[in-house]
Ligand binder design. Structure first.
Ligand SMILES: Cc1cc2nc3c(=O)[nH]c(=O)nc-3n(C[C@H](O)[C@H](O)[C@H](O)COP(=O)(O)OP(=O)(O)OC[C@H]3O[C@@H](n4cnc5c(N)ncnc54)[C@H](O)[C@@H]3O)c2cc1C
Length: 484
């Protein structure tokens, strides 16, 4: 480590720190894990590079490779899947200082950015050029473009534009050999969703949409059975941009956290957002037709406006906690209602709220929230309950939402067999020593515990989740407080 330090400091000067006071700040992300599991890894990096240029990233990778030091890339650490947490100390590359917009091409409708640019800041820049983001996560006020691409995911706008992987056109990647290459197509796809385990992304080109105004409508459905029909109608009649769903239980949790009245008291609220060409009038007739086709009711404009304004704050319900357990998964739209029924039944003793985003290709990305006291001897067991929704979804043709430290054992299911096989071949070629973000994607079956895969242990925990879930409740609904 001494020789590594000498060489890194000689090449990168004050951009790098080995000060334990500073490196300690990078040992966590926004997720929650019991200390008994965190004790199985070395989450505090030995050194942190606050990267300001692609060349600095490339040099640091080359030096780390020469000394066999693991490297963890990090954006804003908002992912909660543990992807940005080091498992074996080493070098952490903080990409947030690389946050420049490199160029906007209004004719091509594209933007080139550094990986540390934050989504909402990018949106503001694009609007000056009459463009806007095709899709962004609901963490857009804080999270980075590079971090979302490396995690993979869907968000606002994914009903029309699909996942972040479908919006990014090419990326520059720095490898352990110190070279930076531009990749696109199937080669680029191997860097999407793989947590920087093949290289560190130093620039991205994204497709943009014309900056047309957005308008949201809130429709109350009696239940989730009407969701596939709603998606079909909203696509055909409205060419909707984004569709998000909140269960009445989730809205009740949010209302409890905010001490106000919930928007609905039963069923499901669908927030359908459309783009409006300038000068056109809102297609109210179309919205009413969509609602009628699925037996839903259009709610007052005020409800839709409020839901849209609140889109970046889904985690406010954590106030009810202190802890929030989150189960996240994909499921085919046709199986969404059944998934909701099974989750609510399996966790009937708990406070469970469901939020979902409709994705191009009739998929749903679903979040099941469980409010939990967050402490005590049984907390690790209760945490396993967050894996139960994913297990239920799997039986219905779904999968985990993203790999990462906690769900590394789901890698093959997340990526799909074909992409997984191609990824493995590339990993052997690019990083045979497993230095790039170790422990985040499981390439082989773990041979020993715990270093090989923490997520393997978590997988075992998840098989216990079913039997324990009813016996160890997290938190039941308290008596509702009077509405304001
Ligand atoms: C309130 C809230 C709302 C959220 N909403 C959504 C949502 O709508 N959709 C969704 O999918 N997720 C969502 N998330 C999860 C998370 O915000 C996203 O995954 C986010 O985009 C991650 O960005 P980040 O900058 O925080 O990345 P990090 O968490 O810092 O990193 C994520 C992963 O990418 C790797 N990485 C980071 N930068 C690079 C790089 N330049 N090159 C290579 N690898 C890199 C890291 O090692 C890590 O594995 C939400 C989280 C919160 C807290």
């Amino acid at each position: 480590m001494n020789e590594f330090r000498r060489e890194l400091e000689a090449e990168l000067g004050s951009a790098v720190t080995f000060d334990p006071q500073q490196t300690k700040a990078y040992d966590h992300d926004l997720g929650e894990m019991p200390s008994v599991l965190m004790a199985q890894i070395r989450p505090v990096p030995d050194a942190v590079l606050a990267a300001r240029s692609p060349e600095q990233v490339a040099s640091a990778l080359r030096i780390a490779a020469r000394h066999g030091v693991p490297v963890t890339p990090r954006g804003q650490a908002s992912s909660g899947f543990g992807g940005a947490i080091p498992t074996r100390g080493g070098l952490l590359v903080d990409l947030t200082p690389m946050n420049a917009v490199l160029g906007i091409d209004p004719d091509a409708g594209t933007v080139d950015v550094q990986p540390g640019v934050v989504w909402n800041a990018l949106s503001a820049r694009l609007r000056h050029a009459q463009l806007d983001l095709c899709t962004c996560p609901t963490s857009a006020p804080a999270s980075t473009v590079g971090g979302w691409f490396a995690t993979g995911g869907v968000g606002i706008g994914s009903f029309r534009y699909g996942s972040i992987g479908e919006v990014v056109q090419e990326v520059d990647v720095a490898g352990l050999d110190g070279r930076i290459v531009t990749v696109r197509g199937p080669e680029m796809e191997l860097h999407h969703q793989t947590c920087g385990t093949l290289g560190v992304v130093t620039a991205l080109r994204l497709a943009c949409r014309p900056a047309l105004p957005l308008r949201s409508f809130a429709i109350q459905l009696e239940g989730a059975d009407g969701v596939p029909a709603l998606l079909r109608e909203a696509r055909e009649r409205l060419d909707a941009y984004s569709i998000a769903f909140s269960s009445a239980a989730y809205l009740r949790m949010r209302a409890m956290a905010e001490e106000e009245k919930p928007a609905i008291d039963r069923g499901l609220l669908a927030l359908v957002t459309v783009t409006e060409p300038p000068g056109s009038i809102p297609d109210l007739a179309g919205v009413l037709a969509v609602a009628a086709a699925v037996g839903g009711t259009v709610l007052p404009e005020e409800v839709a406006r409020r839901e849209w304004e609140d889109r970046f704050y889904p985690m406010r319900i954590k106030k009810l906690g202190p802890a929030l357990l989150v189960g996240e998964f994909y499921v085919p739209a046709a199986a969404f209602a059944e998934a909701c029924r099974r989750i609510e039944s399996a966790l009937s003793g708990d406070l469970v709220g469901i939020e979902a985003t409709a994705v191009r290709g009739d998929r749903m990305a679903v979040l099941a929230y469980l409010v939990d006291p967050g402490a005590g001897l049984l907390f690790p067991l209760r945490m396993a309950k967050a894996l139960l929704p994913m297990r239920i979804a799997r039986r219905l043709g779904g999968s985990a939402y993203a790999p990462g430290l906690w769900l590394a054992s789901e890698t093959e299911r997340c990526l799909g067999s074909e992409k997984f096989a191609a990824y493995r071949r590339k990993k052997v070629q690019m990083d045979p020593g497993g230095l790039l973000n170790p422990g985040k994607l499981q390439v082989t079956r773990p041979r020993w515990f715990p270093a090989a895969s923490l997520s393997w242990a978590i997988g075992i925990g998840s098989t216990l989740a079913g039997p324990i879930s009813r016996r160890i409740p997290s938190r039941r609904f308290p008596a509702p407080r009077p509405a304001r």
